[in-house]
Design a protein around this ligand. Structure first.
Ligand code: GLN
Length: 542
């Protein structure tokens, strides 16, 4: 029997609902249950793929090629369960489905309405593609009180009614602020938020209260009383020093026990949290520190590179070092000397990116890394810029560029117009729709024997997740080969360059895919482990 846990948020956004959901998923897993996590986002975009990273943060790509919310990254990192297209839905997608049905005449002349048609579509989504999971955790994006989230809240209210208490649980995350002028914690915002939820017909079963200090028993009692929740089900979610501590803290506060109690599941057997204790221990006691420069365009918003910073931390955990990140806006290299910013770092990473702004700075960062023997990791756009750098500065093709920036006589990187997905040929043209049309999701890549990447992976064929529209132009391979840049990973049909490296550089690797999306704290990605190891080595030199 699959049970559904709905997670809503109140008071303010950014309380870490995604981490909260992911942590509960990990706790239920540690009790031996099979879980899957889902995100329902109330915005009107069909998916976040077309949104600016400034608006939305990172776009997390699944194996099956869905462009989703970054919370799915938390889910996957904390539970190890690969997310799927069916784990992410937005108002835009729900409405597209409903309207397409209406156009087909499926509603047989009926008036199409939010209730029941839109809410039915949401309920269908929540229950779709479920097999033998014990729990489906559904996080509702946004904050209770937003106009956009109303149909979602109505849909989960209905499900609560239809499936009953034995199969549904409502969890609400709020904030208990400390007002320094009064020297007091305030429970009123939580009371209001729950009232709002009650007004929509939802009585939360468990309240998670974000708080920066211990919650006094009197406040706990007060919240329980006013919000009509048992005292034991008011769970303080205190700030912690590392995100890996979150499952442990929630367990200590009784979260998983309360969930089991609600569903009348056995509570006497403690979950096995050893792997979380181990990781927290390693994060808290590193044996050294390395500095990595992340040279990108969206560096003001750390959420734009969420999986990347996590993966770098995983690489640090694997090497027992703390990884300090120097976020550098690549545009700065158009005005200031590169060396001044990069001389002290132990590794340079140029992440994924789009568009011409800031690109020259990234090319310069790649040049600096190549010439100065500093470990360089180019991811997607970061690989493309490294190839353009080689074409310009080693081969001498001074106007080498990518067609992403406009027409060029030397398209070292060009638009992909055709590629193979499974047994099908995908075709794209200039000026086609932008949404969902990139080369997305998991694709295989063959590694060339004897190369550094083959050694790092210890495998001949790998599968990694992609999200790109442009590609290194295979026609320049002979020249780049001669320049010392090896095409060490290729698509199985041998047409698309997936990885490049310089064999005579300490560590210079470019990858067309996004390895950061598959890295997990308990299973650091081999490329990140190896990159940080190279940075540790570099730190001993400088
Ligand atoms: N803009 C480049 C492309 O579309 C790189 C994309 C990326 O870095 N994810 O190919």
């Amino acid at each position: 029997m699959t049970r559904f846990i709905f997670i809503t948020g109140g008071v303010v956004s950014s309380l870490g609902k995604g981490l909260c959901s992911a942590s509960l998923g990990a706790l239920l897993q540690a009790r031996g249950y099979k879980v899957r996590l889902r995100k329902l986002d109330p915005y009107l975009n069909v998916d976040p793929g077309t949104m600016s990273p400034y608006q939305h943060g990172e776009v997390y790509v699944t194996d099956d090629g869905a462009e989703t919310d970054l919370d799915l990254g938390h889910y996957e990192r904390f539970t190890g369960v690969p997310s799927r297209q069916t784990d992410s839905v937005t108002t835009g997608r729900i409405y597209s489905t409903v309207i397409a049905k209406e156009r087909r005449g499926d509603y047989l002349g009926g008036t199409v309405q939010v209730i029941p048609h839109v809410t039915d579509a949401i309920k269908e989504f929540i229950q779709a593609d479920v097999t033998d999971e014990d729990f489906i955790l559904c996080e509702i994006g946004g904050t209770v009180g937003d106009i956009e989230s109303l149909p979602f809240l109505e849909a989960i209210r209905q499900l609560g009614n239809e499936l009953g208490d034995e199969r549904t649980l409502f969890m609400h995350l709020t904030l208990i602020p400390f007002i320094s002028a009064a020297g007091e914690l305030k429970t009123k915002p939580t009371q209001h938020s729950v009232k709002e939820l009650l007004g929509l017909g939802i009585q939360p079963d468990i309240l998670m209260c974000r708080i920066d200090r211990p919650l006094p028993a009197s406040d706990r009692r007060k919240i329980a009383l006013f919000c009509n929740v048992r005292e034991d089900a008011v769970i303080p979610a205190m700030d912690v020093d590392t995100i890996y501590q979150v499952p442990i803290s929630y367990h200590d506060e009784g979260l998983d026990r309360e969930v089991c109690k609600h569903f009348k599941l056995p509570i006497y057997k403690e979950p096995d949290l050893q792997r979380w204790y181990d990781i927290v221990e390693r994060v808290r006691r590193p044996e050294g520190e390395v500095t990595i420069a992340v040279v990108g365009k969206y560096v003001q918003l750390k959420d734009a590179y969420k999986s990347l910073s996590e993966a770098l931390e995983h690489g640090g955990i694997a090497n027992n070092v703390k990884v300090k990140l120097d976020w550098i806006d690549s545009e700065i290299f158009e005005r200031e000397d590169v060396a001044q910013h990069l001389e002290h770092v132990h590794g340079i990473l140029v992440p994924g990116g789009f568009g011409e702004r800031g690109a020259e700075g990234k090319i310069q960062a790649a040049k600096f890394a190549r010439e100065r023997d500093v470990p360089y990791f180019g991811i997607c756009f970061g690989m493309q810029m490294a190839v353009i750098e080689a074409a310009r500065n080693i081969i001498g093709l001074t106007d080498a560029s990518t067609t992403e920036f406009g027409p060029t006589k030397t398209p070292v990187v060009g638009l992909m117009t055709e590629w193979v997905k499974g047994n099908e040929v995908q075709r794209r043209t200039e000026g086609a729709d932008k949404g969902g049309t990139m080369r997305l999701g998991a694709y295989q890549c063959n590694l060339k024997a004897g190369t550094k990447v083959a050694e790092i992976y210890g495998e001949k064929t790998i599968s990694e997740r992609h999200r790109h529209r442009y590609e290194v132009n295979i026609n320049y391979k002979p020249q780049l080969d001669k320049a010392g840049m090896v095409f060490c990973g290729m698509s199985p049909d041998g047409v698309l360059p997936e990885m490049v490296e310089y064999p005579d550089h300490p560590w210079f690797i470019g990858v067309q895919f996004h390895p950061e999306l598959k890295s997990k704290p308990h299973e650091p990605h081999p490329l990140f482990t190896s990159f940080i190891a190279a940075a540790v080595h570099q730190s001993r030199l400088v």
